[in-house]
Ligand binder design. Structure first.
Ligand code: HEC
Length: 200
């Protein structure tokens, strides 16, 4: 009998997936795309849902090992991941799914492969912004009127040292509500800015 049911192909985890680390790979996605002011930051906690740390994400409905039974993941798959809200891309959704399949653990102090000698816009700066900032700083809802979705926008935000100061600040740093970027990542921004913010 042919089934009319459309099943998603079973996702197989690979050895490389076991390196997925909550604090480094998963939390920044939630901070930038969900834990915004007016949405799921600690202050607003819309519908009682707070997505700015592991405890909040788990409490919002994560069943370790079972993404399809996890309310948070269902929401991401449905509208919350869509253009009206966080606009998570397919890679980000897949990463979150795998993290839940792997047990949704609260991994911290994740190893990084940051190399402060690397600071090209296309291969270092833009990927950092896409991961840590863009959820809050893209048209039409660019926080603080800082629009970081194009090279020109990022360059404009560096005027007067604004962007670098926002990363280096010891209170209320950017990404807002998230962990500070590592010293190495901040160094990458600094070197790119000192090099004249090239679109390289
Ligand atoms: C969760 C949302 C959020 C994330 C993520 C975020 N920002 Fe912001 N950002 C804001 C808000 C809101 C403001 C407006 C000022 C305020 O409320 O602190 C702001 C303001 C700024 C400003 C202006 C500061 C000033 O002095 O006027 C800069 C620059 C900035 N952000 C850069 C960044 C960068 C770079 C990242 C990523 C590393 C980032 N932001 C991530 C929400 C966010």
């Amino acid at each position: 009998m042919l089934s009319q049911c459309k099943h998603e192909p079973t996702l197989r985890l690979t050895a490389a997936d076991s390196a997925i680390c909550f604090e480094r790979d998963i939390l920044p996605i939630f901070v930038s795309s969900c834990a915004k002011s007016g949405c799921h930051d600690a202050t607003t906690a819309h519908h009682g849902v707070r997505l700015n740390d592991w405890q909040g994400i788990i409490a919002a409905g994560v069943k370790p090992g079972k993404p399809e039974k996890s309310e948070v993941y269902e929401e991401i798959e449905e509208e919350m991941g869509g253009p009206k809200y966080g606009n998570l891309n397919a890679d980000q959704k897949l990463l979150i799914k795998k993290w839940i399949m792997l047990g949704a653990k609260n991994d911290t102090n994740c190893p990084t492969d940051c190399d402060s000698a690397q600071f090209k816009y296309s291969t270092t700066i833009k990927p950092l912004i896409d991961k840590y900032c863009i959820g809050c700083h893209a048209y039409p809802n660019a926080s603080g009127s800082i629009e970081l979705s194009s090279h020109a926008g990022v360059v404009a935000a560096t005027a007067g040292g604004k962007l670098l100061n926002s990363l280096k600040a010891t209170t209320n740093w950017m990404p807002k509500g998230g962990n500070r970027l590592s010293d190495c990542q901040i160094k990458q921004f600094e070197k790119w800015i000192n090099a004249g913010t090239p679109n390289d």
